[in-house]
Design a protein around this ligand. Structure first.
Ligand code: TYM
Length: 332
C-alpha cells in the first residue's frame, strides 16, 4: 500500500479551497492508502503569529480534519512540532537545497512581496521543511491543491541531490496528487486570486465554520460577469469567476464542469448561485457541527494528536536516523 503524507497550516480557519483542493481528497484516499495527515504548526511560525492562539488553532484544525472524515484510528493525525524528526531532516535538507532553487519559489515571492528584507528566513527555507515532512516517512504520494505543486517538485530535486551527494538511493521519488475540478479554488471577489486564509476580505472565502446565512450571502455577492452560463466547458475559459463557481459546484457534486453546464448552461447566475449556496450549506453544515461537538472535549482531541505523534515518530525516527548516518554524523 502506498504511503501518503500531507499537511495544512493552522493559520486561520480552514476554507472551502482547503476542503476541495485537499482535505476532502485526503478523506477519500484513506480507503486505498496508508495516510499521515499533519497540522503543520512549525510552518505556521514562518509568518507573524500570535503565541497565545497557536495551540488553540492547532487543536481547532485537528478537530475540523476529523469532522471532515479523517480517521485518526486507522490513519495518523498529528501536529508537526510534536515529532522532532521533521526538524532534524529539515536542517539536513536546508544544507542540500540551493539558494537558486528557493529563489524560484512563487509562493515565497507572493508572500514576501516587496518586503523581502523583513520576512523571516524560515519563510524562505520553508520548502526544505516541507520536503522533510514528506520524506521523513518515505511517503511517495502527496495530495495537495495546485498551489503546492512547485514545492513538491523542489522536494524531488532535494531528494535527488541528497541521493547523489551521499551516493545512495535512499529517498524515493514523490508524486503530487492534484485531484478534481476544484484543485485551485479562487477568491469569491477576484477570479485571478486564489481563495486564501490571508486575504484581508472575509467575503473572499467560505470558511468551514461559516453559518448558512453567511455562506448564502457570500455566494450571492460573489463576483460574476453579466453573461449567462455557457453550455460547454470551453465557454468558461476566459471567465475565471464563472469557472470558479462551476468548479466548486462540480467538486461538491462529485462531477465535472461539463456535467454542471448541461444543467445550468444558458441560465443567469441568480438561479445557479442559489442552488450552489444550498449545496455548500448542505455539505459544510455537518462539518461545522461535528467540529463544535469535538471541541467540547479539547482533552480528547489533544489525546488523539498525542497518540498520532507517537505513531508518526515511530515511523520517522528510523528513517531520519539512517539519513543522518548517510550524511556522516557520528551516532555514538
Ligand atoms: P496550506 O495550509 O496553505 O493549504 C493546505 C492545503 O489546501 C490546499 N489549498 C487549496 N486548494 C485549492 N484551492 C485553494 N484556494 C487552496 N488553498 C489551499 C493546499 O494546496 C494544501 O494542499 N505548504 C503547505 C502545507 C504543508 C504540506 C507539507 C503539504 C507543509 N508540509 C507536506 C503537503 C506535504 C501549505 O501551506 O498548505
Amino acid at each position: 500500500m502506498q504511503r501518503i503524507f500531507s499537511g495544512i497550516q493552522p493559520t486561520g480557519v480552514p476554507h472551502l479551497g482547503n476542503y476541495l483542493g485537499a482535505i476532502r481528497n485526503w478523506a477519500a484516499l484513506q480507503t486505498s492508502h496508508e495516510c499521515l495527515y499533519c497540522v503543520v504548526d512549525l510552518h505556521a511560525i514562518t509568518a507573524d503569529h500570535d503565541p497565545k492562539t497557536l495551540a488553540g488553532s492547532t487543536r481547532d484544525l485537528a478537530a475540523s480534519l476529523i469532522a471532515c472524515g479523517i480517521d485518526p484510528a486507522k490513519h495518523i493525525l498529528f501536529n508537526q512540532s510534536a515529532v522532532h524528526a521533521h526538524v532534524r531532516l529539515g536542517w539536513i535538507f536546508t544544507c542540500v537545497a540551493r539558494m537558486g532553487w528557493l529563489n524560484r519559489m512563487t509562493q515565497f515571492k507572493d508572500k514576501a512581496g516587496k518586503d523581502r528584507e523583513n520576512v523571516s528566513t524560515g519563510l524562505f527555507t520553508y520548502p526544505n521543511l516541507m520536503a522533510a515532512d514528506i520524506l521523513a516517512y518515505h511517503a511517495t504520494r502527496v495530495p495537495v491543491g495546485e498551489d503546492q505543486k512547485q514545492h513538491i517538485e523542489l522536494a524531488n530535486d532535494i531528494a535527488e541531490k541528497f541521493n547523489h551527494d551521499m551516493g545512495t538511493d535512499f529517498f524515493p521519488h514523490i508524486e503530487p496528487m492534484i485531484m478534481g475540478p476544484a484543485a485551485r479554488v479562487m477568491s469569491l471577489r477576484d477570479g485571478a486570486k486564489k481563495m486564501s486564509k490571508s486575504d484581508a476580505s472575509d467575503q473572499s472565502r467560505i470558511n468551514l465554520t461559516d453559518d448558512a446565512e453567511t455562506i448564502a450571502l457570500k455566494i450571492k455577492r460573489a463576483k460574476t460577469d453579466p453573461e449567462p452560463l455557457p453550455s460547454e466547458a470551453e465557454g468558461l475559459e476566459s471567465r475565471p469567476e464563472a469557472r470558479n463557481l462551476v468548479g466548486i459546484y462540480a467538486a461538491l457534486m462529485d462531477t465535472d464542469h461539463a456535467h454542471v453546464l448541461k444543467q445550468f448552461g444558458g441560465q443567469g447566475f441568480g438561479a445557479f448561485k442559489s442552488q450552489l449556496a444550498d449545496l455548500v450549506v448542505e455539505k459544510l453544515a455537518p462539518i461545522a457541527s461535528e467540529t463544535r461537538r469535538l471541541l467540547a472535549d479539547p482533552a480528547h482531541v489533544d489525546s488523539v494528536l498525542r497518540d498520532g505523534a507517537r505513531r508518526a515518530a515511530a515511523l520517522a525516527n528510523p528513517i531520519v536516523d539512517e539519513a543522518e548516518r548517510l550524511v556522516g554524523f557520528l551516532k555514538p
